[in-house]
Write a new protein. Structure first.
Lengths: 194, 366
């Protein structure tokens, strides 16, 4: 048995052995994170209550438009809606278009920005300053999620256990999916009453 | 001929290495669940996985814990460093009758591989599974690897629970024989967001956790606060909480761990105490024993998980000196009755200086 811990990790050895060249990438994340500051994302989390209020109105409006979507055809509206959704949510939340949005259950902090893409809570590696284990300069997505959820009216949705991501739904519109599902439940409910 | 040895608690009557029968109300056939449900203070530990293809390496490392622990964690590439797989270690350990706790990290395998491994492990006699997220690949020896993270620890727990309780894969396809498992998870009360951590534990319990092992506890007051919140929510009655403890080899190691290993919180007071000691290694062990003595008194704590990385030889001493077992002797690997018979016979032939004639042998045989 060796008495002392090795002072260099394998990772440092590997890094040292890598060929030297003039080009050193500034920050490489395994998630191919688009380099941008987190300012807007963090603003969204700070204003989670406002966004929650706005989103519920917005979802109602979308549901109201369900007959229209149906008439045009969900398949046909998908492309333009997705175009808008991707850009709006991309700007506001650094959305990764997983297609199954849980923002309202995660304090308006997109869990797909977590390098481990955890959708149910933080990992055990959060740094003492509340930053990410993998990307030391990024505030932990789940530390922010917990803060954001405390501001929200239905913030306790953060307690729900989320199902694993369905990878086949990537790059699809969560707005349309939620609307179509809500319309379907509304219809079955009205049928049951009748 | 030696007299038959007394039967150990939790030993199968037909052979010490055979799996036990499931008791009513239990979800697994393992000894760890029996110990915890009996209300005994459980001790688990971690096997340092070998970088080798030699089964003897695993057996030798497991032998150190004989008679001192109720479960041995088979780690799944901890710290994202490549070692023998947890499935492989479990295959070897179950063969010898040990009670491994198979760790599954979500980092390396997708849901298809994980569900297959769960079935395979249960078939081999693994009774305990610990569901982990896993360290990021950047922490390990192969930072260029693709991080999978298809499931997270929570959905992994739920997946295995569905397999066990509903007898189905995640897809809904039926299993002919569902696995019988005792499900575990990890908690780290020592990392932010601190007030979310107890809630997070509640989520894990809802997803299926029956026992949890905590990250290294060096800050007892912090852990006490956490346990207070856990008790207020009644979670300590819904799952067994095992506190992670371990000896620090030196002040230098402690500082290195603090700055390099994610999620381990070591207060300055511990480092100061180590630095002030003549024999830092001995002091590290003593700190560990002191922490055990403090945490074992906290209400809601059901056991300890001793992680003595590269100091495995101290696990027995730590367990012994802290007296957590209260005289109880956990399962110890012993030879099966028929193997013992052969061994005794060989011993007699080789070492007892006797010349046996057929006439004498017939006489003793009748």
């Amino acid at each position: 048995m060796v008495d002392t811990q090795p002072t260099v990790t394998q990772a440092t050895l590997v890094k040292k052995a890598a060929p030297k060249s003039d080009y050193k990438p500034a920050d490489v994340s395994p998630q191919r994170r688009v380099q941008r500051s987190y300012t807007i994302r963090l603003w969204s989390i700070r204003h989670s209550r406002l966004l929650e209020w706005f989103y519920s109105r917005f979802a109602d409006m979308f549901l109201l438009l369900h007959p229209l979507w149906k008439k045009i055809g969900y398949g046909r509206v998908e492309a333009p809606i997705k175009f808008v959704e991707k850009r709006v949510k991309g700007l506001m939340f650094d959305c990764r278009m997983c297609g199954q949005c849980v923002l309202s259950s995660t304090g308006m902090s997109c869990p797909m920005n977590c390098p481990k893409q955890l959708r149910n809570g933080p990992c055990g590696g959060v740094r003492a300053n509340g930053n990410c284990e993998v990307e030391p300069d990024m505030p932990c997505v789940w530390v922010k999620a917990w803060e954001g959820s405390r501001n929200m009216v239905k913030g306790d949705a953060i307690l729900n256990v989320q199902k694993p991501v369905d990878q086949s739904l990537r790059e699809t519109s969560a707005w349309l999916r939620v609307t179509a599902q809500a319309a379907a439940t509304r219809e079955t409910a009205s049928k049951e009453v009748a | 001929m030696n007299p038959p040895r007394p039967r150990q608690p939790d030993e199968h009557p037909d052979g010490i290495d055979l799996p036990l029968d499931r008791l009513p109300g239990h979800s697994s056939r393992g000894r760890l669940e029996r110990v915890l449900r009996r209300g005994e203070f459980a001790v688990t530990t971690e096997l340092n996985p070998p970088d080798s293809a030699d089964p003897e390496d695993v057996y030798n490392r497991a032998r150190i814990f004989d008679g001192w622990v109720d479960g041995i964690n088979a780690v799944d590439a901890s710290g994202a460093n490549c070692h023998m797989s947890s499935v492989g270690i479990c295959a070897l350990l179950t063969r010898m009758g040990y009670a491994p706790i198979m760790q599954i990290a979500c980092r390396d395998k997708n849901r298809i591989a994980i569900q297959g491994d769960v079935l395979g492990a249960a078939a081999m006699g693994v009774a305990n599974i610990l569901c982990l997220t896993g360290d990021g690949v950047q922490a390990g020896d192969q930072p260029g690897a693709k991080p999978v993270f298809d499931l997270d620890s929570m959905s992994l727990l739920e997946t295995v629970r569905i397999m066990r309780d509903n007898g189905k894969f995640l897809s809904g396809r039926k299993l002919t024989t569902p696995p019988q498992l005792f499900l575990g998870a990890a908690v780290n009360p020592f990392a932010p967001p601190y007030d979310f951590r107890p809630v997070h534990l509640g989520k894990k319990i809802a997803a299926g956790a029956q026992f949890v092992q905590s990250q290294y506890c060096f800050d007892v007051p912090m852990f006490r606060t956490f346990m207070q919140q856990v008790r207020d929510r009644g979670y300590d009655e819904k799952c067994f909480i095992l506190v992670g403890v371990g000896p620090l080899a030196s002040a230098k190691t402690a500082k290195w761990i603090r700055s390099n290993v994610p999620g381990i919180h070591i207060p300055d007071s511990i480092i100061a105490r180590l630095e002030g000691a003549q024999d830092q290694k001995k002091e590290g062990k003593q700190i560990c024993i002191d922490i055990i003595n403090e945490v074992k008194e906290i209400a809601g704590v059901s056991g300890i998980h001793v992680m003595a990385y590269r100091q495995e030889e101290y696990v027995a001493e730590i367990v012994d000196e802290s007296g957590v077992l209260k005289g109880r002797r956990p399962w110890k690997r012993e030879a099966r009755a028929d193997d013992q018979l052969v061994a005794d016979r060989l011993e007699h032939l080789l070492h007892d200086d006797v010349t046996e004639s057929q006439v004498d042998m017939v006489k003793t045989a009748h």
